[in-house]
Each structure stands twice: as C-alpha cells, then as structure tokens.
Design a protein around this ligand. Structure first.
Ligand code: HEC
Ligand code: HEC
Ligand code: HEC
Length: 154
C-alpha cells in the first residue's frame, strides 16, 4: 500500500515535470509571419528583436534608455509596413487577430498592448487604398441618392 502510494507520488511528480513541456508541445506555437525576400532583414538581429523589440518602440523608453536612436529606423509604422501583409484571400489581420504579426506572440504569452488604439495596425499603403475606396463609395452613394430625390436630374 505504502509502496503503491510512493509510486503514484513519483509518477505524479514526473508528470508535473513533464507537463509544462507537454502543454507547450500541444499548444501550437504561434505562426509568426516573417517578411520574405532576398536580403530583407529586420532592424536588428532576430534574437535581439525577439527579446527586446519593445525597448526600441516604446515611447518613454525611446527617450531614456535608447537616447539617440533615430525613430525613423524604429518607427512602428515601418515595423507594420514590413511585417503585416494580406493573406492569400486578401484579408489583412487586425491587431487583435492571432494572425496579426504583433499579436501572434502576444496572445500566446498574454501580453496586452494599447498601441493600436492610436497607431495603424496595417501598412500605410492599404490604409490609403481603403479610405480612397470609401470616399469613392460615399461619393457614389451621395450621387445616387441625389439622383433619386432630384428625380433623375443628374
Ligand atoms: C494615445 C495614442 C497613442 C498610443 C496609445 C500609442 N501611441 Fe505611439 N505615438 C502616438 C503619437 C501621436 C505619435 C507621434 C506622431 C507620429 O509620429 O506618428 C506616436 C509616435 C510613436 C512612435 C514614433 C513614430 C512612429 O511612427 O513610429 C513610435 C515608435 C510609437 N509611437 C510607438 C508606440 C507603441 C509601441 C505604443 C504602444 C505601447 C504606442 N506608440 C501607443 C500616439 C500613441
Ligand atoms: C525591412 C523589413 C522589416 C522591418 C522594417 C522590421 N522588421 Fe522585424 N523582421 C524582419 C525579418 C525579415 C525578420 C526575420 C529575421 C531576420 O531575417 O532578420 C524579422 C523579425 C522580427 C522579430 C522576431 C520574430 C520571430 O520570429 O521571433 C520581431 C519581434 C520583429 N521583427 C519586430 C520588429 C519591430 C518591432 C520592428 C519595428 C521597429 C520591425 N520588426 C521592423 C523584417 C523587418
Ligand atoms: C516573437 C514574439 C513577439 C512578436 C512577433 C512581437 N512581440 Fe511584443 N512582446 C513579446 C513578448 C514575449 C513580450 C513581453 C516581454 C516581457 O514582458 O518581458 C512583448 C512585449 C511587448 C511590449 C511591451 C508591453 C508592456 O506592457 O511592457 C510592446 C509595446 C510590444 N511587445 C510591442 C510589439 C509590437 C508593436 C509588435 C509588432 C510589430 C510585437 N510586439 C511583436 C513577444 C512578441
């Protein structure tokens, strides 16, 4: 009886050691989309970015810890321009989708950031295209409704 208990104890102990590794294996590691293309490199080596990217982009740390860093190099907009792209179906992940480059890891590690309440979560070129399309659409609707009320005067 005592020995069985002891055995169970060891098995459980062993499981507890194994479990973290096992649950890591079960939870699919986030797919991090990395920009492709010959010679396309991040603003710092990958290891450095993986660990310390926040130091380069956080407002307050920019000024203090990394005095002298040119914000152009570490512009958040630039990170997004390079790291976020539409998928095969043309859909661009939003900042709270797990497919979004920044959120891919953050969701996995339960990190929450508020950056995208103000900053765009998609590349500039797609914002311009979208708003242009919207403006055109609005213009079209206005024209059509004006035509309706004017009895086809347009
Ligand atoms: C309340 C709005 C707001 C929030 C939230 C915010 N920012 Fe900003 N950020 C700004 C404004 C305004 C500027 C200055 C205008 C500019 O240069 O685009 C700026 C500039 C920057 C810049 C330098 C310019 C650029 O395009 O990169 C970086 C880097 C940056 N923010 C990073 C961050 C990060 C990282 C977070 C989240 C931790 C964050 N910001 C959250 C408003 C905000
Ligand atoms: C010119 C394109 C480009 C720009 C701009 C860029 N990156 Fe990268 N980033 C890459 C590439 C490519 C990799 C893969 C590693 C490599 O080859 O350098 C990468 C890797 C990373 C990684 C590691 C991902 C992983 O798999 O662990 C992080 C985090 C990261 N970048 C964050 C940023 C941030 C934050 C910015 C803005 C300050 C930024 N990147 C700007 C191209 C870019
Ligand atoms: C390779 C995975 C990975 C990627 C990709 C990644 N992050 Fe992070 N990020 C982390 C981890 C992990 C932390 C928490 C680190 C810590 O607490 O020490 C973090 C923390 C941060 C923080 C600091 C949060 C805080 O409250 O201190 C900011 C800001 C941030 N990330 C911004 C970004 C932005 C913007 C992108 C996309 C351009 C991005 N990250 C992409 C893994 C990632």
């Amino acid at each position: 009886m005592n020995q069985r208990f002891l055995r169970l104890f060891f098995i459980l102990g062993g499981l507890m050691i194994l479990l973290p590794a096992k649950s890591m294996a079960d939870t699919p590691f986030p797919t991090i989309r990395e920009p492709e293309g010959e010679g396309v490199k991040c603003v710092q080596p990958e290891e450095e970015m993986r660990r310390n990217h926040m130091d380069y982009i956080l407002h307050q740390r920019d000024k203090t810890v990394h005095e002298g860093i040119r914000t152009e190099t570490y512009s958040l907009a630039k990170c997004i321009d390079c790291h976020v792209e539409p998928d095969e179906s043309g859909k661009i992940a939003k900042h709270d989708d797990k497919e979004h480059f920044c959120n891919s890891c953050h969701e996995y590690t339960s990190v929450q950031i508020d950056c995208f309440e103000c900053h765009a979560d998609r590349p500039q070129k797609y914002i311009k295209r979208d708003s242009k399309k919207n403006a055109l659409q609005q213009q079209l609707n206005k024209t059509l409704s004006a035509r309706d009320t004017d009895g086809g005067n347009l």
